[in-house]
Design a protein around this ligand. Sequence first.
Ligand code: G6P
Length: 467
Amino acid sequence: MASTFGAARVLVASNRGPVSYEVREDGSLQAKRGGGGLVSGLSAIGPDAGALWVCSALGDGDRAAVRRGTGEPGVRMLDIPAEVHTDAYNGIANSVLWFVHHMLYQTPLEPVFDAEFRRQWASYETYNRAFAEALAEEAAEGAVAIVQDYHLALVPGMLRALRPDLRIGHFSHTPWAPVEYFRMLPDDIAGQLLRGMLGADRLGFLTHRWAEAFTRCCETLVGGLGDTRIGVHGLGADAEFLRRRSHEADVDERLAALRAEIGTGPEGTARKAIVRVDRTELSKNIVRGLLAYRQLLADRPEWRERVVHVAFAYPSRQDLAVYRDYTAEVRRVAEVINGEYGTAGWTPVVLHVKDDFARSLAAYRLADVALVNPVRDGMNLVAKEVPVVSDEGCALVLSREAGAYEELGEDAVVVNPYDVTRTAQALHEALTMPPGERAERSKRLTAAATALPPGRWFVEQLTALRG
Ligand code: G6P
C-alpha cells in the first residue's frame, strides 16, 4: 500500500478502458478511442476534475503501451499477467458471473464448480486486488472511486480495507440474478461476491428490478445490506452526440450503400427494414430473432420481397467456444433463410459481422422497425438509440426481459423473447403500425430514452456518493 496519497479526486475502474492500442507493422502504436456511456459520462465532469480511469491492458498493443510508458493522460492501464487476466475475464467474469446474471446455463451439463473453477477464482481475486491496489495508490484523500461491473465485484471491499477515507461506489451494467439462481454459486463464493460489493458506500443498478434482486440476495445470503445504500440510474442515450454523429459524411455514405443493398420491392416500392445491432452475445437472442423473421415470411407471404432484416452481429468474446459456436449459428440460420426465400433481386437477411459504428448508425437511420429481443439484458442501449436516430421514427419490438423495458415498455411492441410465434406477430404489428401512431410512439420513446444522458447519469452518482 502507498504511504502517501495520490492526486486523483475522481476515479473510475473498469476492465475495458476508454482507449486501446494496436502495434503497427513498423512497430509503432496506434491508439483507438472507444465510445460508450462511461466515456461521455466522464467527459461531462471536465478536464480539471482530477479524474483517472484505471483499466486492464487487454492485448499486445496495450501491454506495449504500458511498458513504453506512452499511455494517455488520465488513463492508467494495469499490465496484469496474461494468464491471470484470462482466468479472471474469460473464466470467472464471462463464463460464470455473466452466465449467472443472464441465467444462461444449460442444465444438466452446466455449471460445474470444480478444482478448475477454484483455480480461476484465485486469479479473479488477484486481478481484483491489482485494481484495488492501483486505486488506493492513485486516490487523493477523500476521493471518490466508482468501480464498474461484475469483473470487479471484490474491489470495493478490498479498497475499503486499504483506504477507509474514500467514497466508494460500484455500478452494475448487467442484470442481477434472482436469489434462487444466484445461490447456485458455491456458498463461500456467493458470500465473497456480495460482501465484496457491500464494501462500497453505494451500489448502482440500471433498473429497480436488478436492484431488488441484489437486495434479496443480500437479505437471504449475508444478512442484509448493512450500511450500503442502493441507487437506480437508468443510463440513457446521448441524443446530442448521436444526432450529430449520425449525419456525418461517412454515415451518409454507408446509408447510400445500405439502401442499395436492401434494394426496392415490386413496382419500385421502398422495402421496409427490420434492424438489429448487437454483439454476437448469447443473451441477445439473435437466432430466435431470425427464426421469428422466418416465421413472418412463412405465415405472411405478402411481406416477401417487401421487407429486409438488417442484422448486424459483431463478434464478441471469441476466445470462448460457446460464443464462436453462436456466431456460426447466427450465420447459418441467416443463410438458411436466404436460401429458402431469397430471389434474384431480394436478399431477405442482410447480415454483417464486421464491427462498423458508422454503418450501425446508417442502419438506425433507415430502420422502420428495431428488433431488440434479448433473453435478459441489463439495459440495452440499442433500444434507446434507434428511436433517437431513425429518420422517420421507428417502431420498437422489445423484450420484456431487457432493462430498457422499465422505461420504454409502454410505447414498444413487447415480447416474451422465447416466444418466436409471438415475436413474428409483433414484427407484423410493428411493420403495419399506422404512420401517425408510429411517429407519436417514436417521439415518446425518444423522450424516455434520452431522459438521463450519460453525463447526468455519471454526475448523479458522484453527487449521491459525495452527499
Ligand atoms: C457488457 C458489460 C460491459 C462490457 C461489454 C462488452 O455490456 O456490462 O462491461 O464491456 O459487455 O463486453 P467485453 O467482454 O467485450 O468487454
